[in-house]
Write a protein that binds this ligand. Structure first.
Ligand code: NAD
Length: 495
């Protein structure tokens, strides 16, 4: 589609703004709403229902009622698959509208939303739909006369609290495996990006998902999010977001009903470029996209570049050559290289890191806020060289388009510095030495290690972190483990 088409699509959108509870679109019981702002223009997009604890209560009650009714939880898995596949088709038919919504809501490039994010979300939904009738149970090896059935059963009511950086994907990463397993779900999207999550619930009803099985309550973290985290009738809470809030969810669960808590949290992912890497051009493409995609608002963004001293200058030059491809512009313009930051607040936080955390380092490019057509919250792609490994910009998650470059001499030194972080989400290395590729990747302390590529994602491969990057895994057959319990049933028969 052309830029003009995207602007027309955006103008003609009907933005979904109400909560979906028990199969109905509803306002908050309090009557409250909040204004959703387009970060690329600073203009109001819509008034969105502001759910609070009472609305979460209603959503959990409706999820519980649907679960107990068996309308979904006891439906044959093949039928669950059919409904979920129908949902995927409805989403595919609305791909342009969903992409424009993501772009308006949180400032991402519509080119990325339509070319990558939204199709990926649909593929992931389809993948888990297909999985619904392919989960086999086990039999224990017991003596004759005994049967020990080991089954994976749905947990009941799953709460999901997700961030704003990939709104539809994050919703699908949680909801798809939870629904495939037969659970009922209450989803709270981030306050910055509620639209596609609400639309997901509306389309799910159209696809035939029974009422109450997928409820969406837009609202703020401290109210709606906390109410879900503390709810006594929620069996499992799946969270993606910051490490600080992830820790709160552990506390909420500990102080209430000990619900299972699964966390996908922050990161400060290293990428190591070794001098034996033959294709430095390809490596530079990957490293640039690894930090600038989605304005660097990616949990697994490769924000620490460790480059061997012998190729540091050449590699920095290659990165600088890529900067013109990442210049901020109107997110609905297909030629723009970088979209808007999610909101003015977050842009200010990122600028604070650039202005204070970069002390002592050399600013190679960027470092400034900018506007597009005189409006919006945009930040230039920024690279710092000569960064000390203990500098704030090398240690804290910035969640913006800011790369810290650190040189190394020895392989061991690179591994040590890469692992020296409270996070352990992802890591990448570039090398053409097969032994080095295996040796280094086995020593990197991260949930996802990639060789000669940055941040690959597939529904077939687990995603999640070590250390304070979280617990549990999204995607792949392992995701369903989070939303099911192992249940054993003993049967004794006469021999
Ligand atoms: P955030 O932690 O501020 O918010 C995430 C969600 O938690 C939102 O829905 C928010 O409303 C809710 N929340 C906020 N405060 C809360 C509270 N006190 N109680 C209950 N809920 C609360 O994170 P964010 O700014 O939306 O997203 C950025 C963060 O998400 C980054 O740290 C990033 O690394 C992380 N992230 C991780 C992954 C992953 O898979 N590991 C993926 C995407 C984003």
């Amino acid at each position: 589609m052309t830029t003009r088409n995207w602007h027309e699509t955006a103008r003609s959108l009907t933005l979904p703004t109400q909560a979906v509870i028990g199969g109905r679109r509803v306002e908050a019981r309090s009557g409250k709403s909040f204004t959703s702002i387009n970060p690329a223009t600073g203009e109001a997009l819509a008034e969105v229902t502001e759910g609070g604890a009472v609305d979460i209560d209603l959503a959990v009650a409706s999820a519980r009622a649907s679960f107990e009714s068996g309308s979904w939880s006891r439906r044959p898995p093949a039928q669950r698959k059919t409904v979920m596949l129908r949902l995927a088709e409805l989403m595919r038919a609305e791909m342009a509208a969903l992409s424009a919504m993501e772009s308006l809501d949180m400032g991402k490039l519509v080119r990325d939303a339509s070319g990558n994010d939204v199709p990926a979300a649909i593929n992931i939904l389809q993948w888990h739909a297909e999985e619904a009738d392919k989960v086999y149970d086990e039999m224990a090896p017991l003596p004759e006369g005994n049967i020990g059935m080991i089954r994976r059963v749905p947990l009941g009511v799953v709460g999901a609290v997700v961030p704003w950086n990939f709104p539809l994907n994050m919703a699908v990463w949680k909801c798809a495996p939870a629904l495939a397993a037969g659970n009922s779900v209450v989803l709270k999207p981030a306050e910055q990006s509620p639209f596609t999550a609400i639309r997901l619930a509306e389309l799910a009803l159209e696809a035939g998902l029974p009422e109450g099985v997928l409820n969406v309550v837009p609202g703020f973290g401290e109210t709606a999010g906390q109410a879900l985290g503390r709810h006594m009738d929620v069996d499992c809470l799946a969270f993606t977001g910051s490490t600080a809030v992830g820790k709160l969810f552990l506390r909420y669960a500990g102080e209430t009903n000990m619900k299972q808590v699964w966390l996908e949290c922050g990161g400060k992912s290293p990428v190591i470029v070794f001098p034996d890497c033959q294709d430095l051009e390809a490596a530079a493409d990957q490293v640039a996209s690894g930090i600038f995609y989605n304005q660097g608002q990616v949990c697994s963004a490769s924000s620490r570049l460790f480059v061997h001293e012998s190729i540091e200058k050449a590699f920095l030059d290659l990165l600088l050559k890529r900067i013109p491809g990442y210049l901020p512009g109107d997110p609905l313009d297909t030629r723009s290289g970088l979209g808007a930051m999610v909101d003015a607040n977050h842009a200010r936080n990122v600028m604070r890191f650039i202005e204070e955390g970069g002390k002592g380092a050399t600013l190679v490019t960027g470092g400034k806020t900018t506007s597009v057509n005189g409006k919006g919250s945009f930040i230039e792609p920024t690279i710092f060289a000569d960064v000390r490994p203990d500098a704030t910009i090398a240690r804290d998650e910035i969640f913006g388009p800011v790369l810290s470059v650190i040189r190394f001499r020895e392989e061991d030194e690179a591994i040590r510095m890469a692992n020296d972080s409270i996070y352990g989400l992802a890591a990448s290395i570039f090398t053409d030495d097969l032994s080095r590729a295996h040796r280094v990747s086995s020593r990197l302390n991260a949930g996802v290690v990639a060789v000669n590529v940055v941040d690959p994602v597939s529904p077939a491969v687990p995603f999640g972190g070590f250390k304070q990057s979280g617990s549990g895994r999204d995607l792949s057959r392992h995701a369903i483990e989070k939303y099911t319990a192992l249940k054993t049933t003993w049967v004794r028969y006469r021999t």
